[in-house]
Design a protein around this ligand. Sequence first.
Ligand code: FES
Ligand code: FES
Length: 171
Amino acid sequence: MAHPTPHAGPLTLTVNGASRTIEGASPDTPLLYILRNDFELNGPKYGCGLGQCGACAVIVDGQPTRSCVVPASVAIGREVTTLEGLGTPTALHPVQRAFIDEQAAQCGYCLNGMIMSAKALLDRNPYPDDDAIRDALRYNLCRCGTHFEIVKAVRRAADYLRAERAHESER
Ligand code: FES
Ligand code: FES
């Protein structure tokens, strides 16, 4: 027997520190669709739509999350961070800066997932070794084969973040 369609109504989420509401959303809608189609946040990408590639990663309460397979209702009452919540073109987040400095991209389609997973890793482990970096990114697929540069970028990002923290503690 088919499950009844959940009632569509107002849906309020906290995204990148701001509360946002849309009307007429089904809570079963994948979070990725709400972010991209309703909130116009196009950092998270649609890759496989099956939770397998990581292109759609966002951070929900500190955890890297595949937004293509998570219903929007799971994010209610939680903090959602997308790529847009990290930095701006004129004030990049250290992880974004490190990926640019290492030129860790070819087509760039996987980068949202790589960067969001790297950020979540570095928030919980400021001193990751290469094994820890590879482990954190092991389910993020890069079809262009840029993995070597990506690991180097995460290493560099860890350096930038530690330097930033040391600088702040001296002030
Ligand atoms: S698009 Fe979500 S994991 Fe591939
Ligand atoms: S740079 Fe093209 S998929 Fe990773």
